[in-house]
Write a protein that binds this ligand. Sequence first.
Ligand code: C5P
Length: 326
Amino acid sequence: MSEVTGRQRVSVQVPGKINLQLSVGPRREDGYHELVTVFQAVSLYDIVHVEPAKAWSVSVSGPQGDSVPVDESNIALQAAQALAQRALKILDADATSLIAPVSIAIEKQIPVAAGMAGGSADAAAALVACAHLWGLEAAREDLEVVAGELGADVPFLLHGGTAVGTGRGDDITPVLAQGEAHWVLWLSEGEGLSTPAVYAEFDRLHEQVEPPAPELSPELVAALRTMDPVAMGPALHNNLTPASLSLQPALQDVLDAGRELGALGALVSGSGPTVAFLVGSQAGALDLSMGLAARGPGGDIMRVTGPVPGAHVVDSRGRGSRLGSH
Ligand code: C5P
C-alpha cells in the first residue's frame, strides 16, 4: 500500500453547458420527460477543490455563492458521499482506507438556476475530484453510474464537448463536431428559473395536446460537423421555451434584441433564463455584446466558446492511490 504524505488537495475545473437542441417529449411515469438534447460545454467554469477532512462539508465562493445551499442538499456534497458509498461497496477492505470525508470548496462562476447546469457541473467535478483523491480513476464506469443517479445533466458534464443526450438526457453519445462556436450569453440579473417549475409549466401547456416523441435534428447534426454557424443558427431549437417565456415573459425581449442585432441564432438555454446567441467570430461576439449592453434589456453579458472539455483535474497535491490506476 502506498503511504499518503503531505497535504492532499485536488482541484477540478468544470464547464457550464448550453443546449443547442432541446426537444422535450411526454412526461414519464417517474416524473421525468423523455427528451432528445444536444449539449455543448462552453468556456464558463466552476472550480471545485476537495481535501480530506474530519467531517463532510461544502463552502461556496463567487458572485452568486450565497444562493447555493451548503447543507446536505448541496449536490456536490451528495455526489462525493454517493461515490464514497459506492466505492466502499465495490472495493475490498484494504482499498477503502483512503475513502473518508472531504471538505469541498466551490469557486462558482456558472450562474445559479440559469439553465446552464451549474449544480450538475459541481456534482460532476466533485465526482472527478474525489475519484482522483481516492485513487478510483480506473472505475470510470462507476462514476458514470453515480452521475446518472445524481441528475439528468451530470453525465454530460463528465464528458463535455458536444454530445447528444437521450432518455432523461443522461444517456450520452458524442457528436462529430469540428471547429469552434462563438456565443454571447445573456445572463439574468434577477430571479433564476427553477427547472422543475419550467417542466411543470410545459406539462400545463401540453394538457390538451401531447408533445410529439422527440427526434434529433438532422440539420443541426450536419451543421455541427464543421460547426458552420450560418447553418447552425436556424437549426437551434428548444421546445421548453414557451414554458420559460410563460414564467418570464421579459425573455422574449432578450431574444428579439439579439436577433435584431444580427445574431445568427438565438435560444433560451435549457429551462432558462440564460439566452445564448450564436455569432460567426470573436469580432462578431464583441459587436453583439456591445450592442446588447447598449440596447438592453439589462443583464450580465459574457462571450464564451464551445465545445470545451468536461470536468478535469487541474491541480493535485500529495494524492494517494490504492488501485495503481494512475
Ligand atoms: O435531474 P435533475 O435533478 O437535474 O432534474 C431537475 C428537474 O427537471 C426534475 O426534477 C424534473 O422536474 C425536470 N426534468 C424532467 N425531465 C428530464 C430532465 C429534467 O422532467 N428529462
